[in-house]
Ligand binder design. Structure first.
Ligand code: SDX
Length: 437
């Protein structure tokens, strides 16, 4: 996979304390920044690197997703996110992420049939839900139930076998919408709906979420198309926090279903996937465009830990391309639903306008990210705020499992084990109890 380091392309570091120099190879990718291969740094210098949050650290080589944060570009296996959102379906994007090419008609049909055949969950899995309080956050339920899946597929999942890795990937992609819809049904006290094999992936999810056994449920095609597009926009995103969590968990050879549960846990955080829920709460708390100046002031105040949710990104220092598509979809869904004046959208658009012209946000390159508009669409589609991050997890499962599969198949992969800068107590003698002050 790796482009061989060009011998002339090296990086020499000088230790000014000793004058010792170390020369390190520079590795070049197909695009994007070169990397300095520091694998021999500690052996040659006795020093670790220090990069909390991994702002400048490449953890792996990957061929799945490329982000150019300065240009606001997002490619999945070379295809631009705008093209995929416009012309592909989510199952096609799943196939692309897993197989590095868009499926032809036969491959697409077979893949969709596999997903349909794996969409039901073991009937015993339904019992896990009743162990949760009715008001449990659906992300807590999702994390627990997906973790429980590892108990159903542990002995039958030899991760060294490529066929079993592919089956595990298909099971996760196929079952996550069913499990997510069941989490919603449990929270509202309605019966679980079984998946239907005559519906598309997005249609099935909306059917299992909003349908009931009491009457036929017709999925609104505009909403299922919007759902499919929202899934595409959230499918994968390079080595973000939850994907890195899945990779690190998987690097020990752990059960892939348990690794995805770890990814769900990480995504839940408000700084990550939990931001879509936090954005809507923030917009509701703002309540009116008149309060926006006060909110923007708070976001800029160093002494106030309030942050403008849905703004800023570790990599994008330009408009998140997903946010552009999401904003367009937001207008489409609201007009399809005949929602003329959505105050939250008015607040969001005014907030965006003010923030983007404010020196603080311009200087810090803080732009709306994927989470800024998604909540408004999801609320209009009938999802409760607590389900927003669940939907993110449904979509991101394909990214997590594709990255997990790539990690397992990477010949240089080894168990992840970062080091540290230790600033604690150095060795000291034990103090018997009688002598402790
Ligand atoms: C996702 O990594 C991914 O790819 C994630 C994701 C994916 O698809 O997987 O894209 C999904 O998680 C999107 C991000 C959703 N999170 C939010 O919207 C929460 C609000 N945003 C921030 O918490 C923040 O912007 C982060 C967490 C997204 C990024 O933070 P960084 O890269 O660690 O940047 P930082 O915290 O160092 O901020 C740099 C500066 C700081 O000011 P200074 O210390 O330099 O003076 O910008 C400020 C921050 O205070 N800042 C903000 C801000 N975000 C950063 N100030 C106000 N409001 C904000 N939203």
């Amino acid at each position: 996979m790796t482009q061989t380091a060009d011998k002339a392309e090296t990086f020499t570091l000088t230790d000014n304390r000793t004058g010792k120099q170390v020369t390190l190879p520079v590795m070049k990718g197909s695009t994007g920044p070169d990397v300095i291969d520091i694998r021999k740094l500690y052996a040659e210098t006795g020093c670790f690197t220090y990069d909390p949050g991994f702002t400048s650290t490449g953890s792996c080589e990957s061929q799945i997703t490329y982000i150019d944060g300065d240009e606001g570009v997002l490619l999945h296996r070379g295809y631009a996110i705008d093209d995929l959102a416009e012309h592909a379906t989510f199952p096609e994007v799943c196939y692309l992420l897993l197989n590095n090419h868009l499926p032809n008609a036969a491959e697409k049909e077979e893949f969709e049939s596999i997903l349909r055949r794996h969409s039901m969950v073991h009937e015993q899995l339904t019992r896990f839900y009743s162990g949760f309080r009715r008001d449990a956050h659906p992300m807590a339920v999702l994390c627990g139930v997906v973790g429980a899946l590892s108990a159903f597929y542990h002995d039958s999942t030899d991760i060294e076998d490529p066929v079993q890795r592919k089956i595990a990937a298909h099971r996760l992609i196929a079952k996550i919408p069913t499990i997510a819809a069941m989490a919603y049904k449990y929270s509202v006290g309605q019966p679980f709906m079984y998946p239907r094999n005559d519906l598309s992936y997005a249609e099935n999810f909306l059917y299992m979420t909003f349908g009931t056994p009491c009457e036929p449920f017709k999925v609104n095609p505009v909403l299922s198309k919007a759902m499919d597009k929202i899934f595409i926009l959230h499918a994968d995103h390079e080595q973000n926090a939850s994907t890195s969590t899945v990779r690190l968990a998987g690097s020990s050879g752990a059960n892939p279903f348990a690794c995805i549960a770890a990814g769900i846990a990480s995504l839940w955080g408000p700084a990550h996937g939990g931001a879509n829920e936090a954005v809507l709460k923030m917009l509701e708390e703002i309540g009116s465009v008149d309060r926006i100046p006060e909110i923007v002031r708070r976001a800029k105040d160093k002494n106030d830990n309030f942050r403008l949710m849905g703004f800023g990104h570790r990599v994008y220092k330009n408009y998140d391309p997903r946010a552009q598509v999401m904003r367009k979809t937001c207008h489409e869904v609201l007009s399809e639903l005949g929602i003329k004046d959505e105050p939250l959208l008015d607040i969001a658009m005014e907030l965006e306008k003010i923030a983007l012209s404010d020196e603080y946000f311009i200087e810090k390159k803080l732009y709306p990210n994927v989470d800024f508009y998604s909540g408004i669409i999801l609320k209009a589609m009938g999802f409760p705020t607590s389900m927003f991050t669940v939907l993110f997890a449904v979509a991101r499962t394909v990214g997590w499992i594709s990255q997990w599969k790539e990690m397992i198949e990477d010949p240089v992969q080894k168990i992840g084990r970062p080091r540290q800068l230790y600033t604690g107590e150095t060795k000291r003698s034990f103090v018997p109890l009688a002598e402790r002050g």
